[in-house]
Design a protein around this ligand. Structure first.
Ligand code: FES
Ligand SMILES: [Fe+2]
Length: 400
């Protein structure tokens, strides 16, 4: 007997074996506990979120040097800071002195991060800068104190398409290895300049579902005709192809009928200069497991994070970027606003189903369900990714 559904005293848990078998053999999805159990949510923080490269937001949350935002991820308080060198760094949001949380609110630091407790300060690069009175009321230093040992504790961080990825455990393969497959797929966008107008190019939704439901729904296009009838009117389900790259950790869909419907005075949004022809009319959307979602089109892209915020809650934040200078400024303001509203509308349509699936997972009548071999290879790809990470963790635990 074992305590958990993901373990088995005789090898692989039957539940996980049912998830990873080929979709044609009626693989099943993850069981309810994966979405409603707090105990599981805690375990997955380590297994699915901390050991991988996980997107926690975009660099535009800290647009200028000295900008810093606190955030919670995988149960840990973190801060994202932009340094004077333009780099975005992520640190544990905890003072090296007595462990006070450093930052409660986003804001702009002039040049240091100051702890509110005893006023120790840190440089934007995390190094310790001052320790008032550490040697007595008239002495800001102390013999034998090793400054270099007491800076902020950094988190392994990398940036791609303005998305900020962290690897909390510190031992995932190099970021370049992780990102290579999807970077290769979208290498035509390497040269893209990412522009945005803060006032009209992002949105946030607070959604009552486990984050995995948001990811698995993003992966498949099967629901298009019923949930997104307006999107389906110009980018139909039959115009979509599936992208299911389990080994590479991403899945989603492409559409060969992406025709921007947003036109003002006969003009649409300007496209990316120099983009190869094949992208005109094609769009691709992928979830890069675990939490990032991306969409690329000839005239814009978006980066979304589906951030776990409790077992049954996800904060979805989407940032839209334009590739051409001419897309910015007043001339295109209405088009940008319409584009944002269109995407927000689509994510709102999805909210209905992901919240409904979350409520459905209170029912013991549901035991992981079944998938369409024709249209849900992508969602199965995500289930398998989850299940395999879990199996690896169980195995490593057993071997320990
Ligand atoms: S806990 Fe931060 S300065 Fe004391
Ligand atoms: Fe959808």
């Amino acid at each position: 007997m074992t305590d958990h559904w993901w373990e088995s005293s005789t090898g692989v848990s039957t539940t996980l074996a049912n998830v990873v078998r080929p979709i044609e053999e009626w693989a099943s999805g993850l069981p309810n506990e994966a979405y409603v159990s707090d105990e599981f949510a805690e375990w997955e923080q380590d297994v699915l979120l901390a050991r991988t490269w996980t997107c926690i937001g975009t660099g535009r949350r800290v647009p200028d040097a000295g900008d810093a935002v606190p955030l919670e991820f995988a149960g840990l308080p973190l801060i994202m800071v932009r340094g004077r060198d333009g780099e975005v760094r992520v640190f544990h949001n905890v003072c090296s002195h007595r462990g006070m949380v450093l930052l409660e609110e986003p804001g702009r630091r002039r040049s240091t991060i100051r702890c509110p407790y005893h006023s120790w300060t840190y440089d934007l690069d995390g190094s310790l800068r001052s320790t008032p009175m550490i040697g007595g009321t008239d002495k800001n230093t102390c013999e034998g104190f090793e400054w270099s040992k007491h800076g902020l504790k950094p988190v392994r961080t990398a940036t791609w398409f303005d998305a900020i990825f962290v690897n909390l455990s510190g031992d995932a393969p190099p970021f370049e290895t992780f990102i290579a497959p999807v970077a290769e797929r979208w290498k035509d966008f390497d040269a893209a300049d990412l522009h945005y107008e803060a006032s009209d190019s992002s949105f946030t939704l607070d959604v009552a579902c486990n984050w995995k439901l948001a990811v698995e729904n993003f992966c498949e296009a099967y629901h298009l005709p019923w949930i997104h009838p307006s999107l389906n009117s110009y980018s139909r389900l039959e115009d979509h192809y599936q992208i299911a790259e389990e080994e590479d950790g991403y899945a989603g869909q492409g559409s060969t009928a992406y025709q921007p419907q947003l036109v003002e005075n006969g003009n649409g949004l300007p496209t990316m200069p120099g983009l190869p022809e094949r992208w005109y009319g094609t769009a691709e959307y992928v979830a890069l497991f675990p939490t990032a979602v991306f969409g690329v089109h000839a005239d814009h892209c978006f980066v979304g994070t589906l951030m776990p915020a409790g077992t049954g809650r996800t904060i979805e934040h989407v940032d839209i970027y334009y590739f051409a200078d001419e897309a910015m400024g007043e001339g295109c303001a209405e088009l940008r606003a319409a584009n944002r509203n269109q995407w927000r509308g689509i994510f709102l349509e999805d909210r209905f189903v992901v919240e409904g699936m979350q409520r459905g997972r209170a029912s013991p009548a549901y035991k992981g369900g079944v998938l369409s071999p024709a249209l849900e290879r992508t969602t199965h790809c995500f289930y398998r990714w989850v299940a395999r990470k879990m199996m690896e963790a169980v195995e490593a635990n057993g071997a320990a």
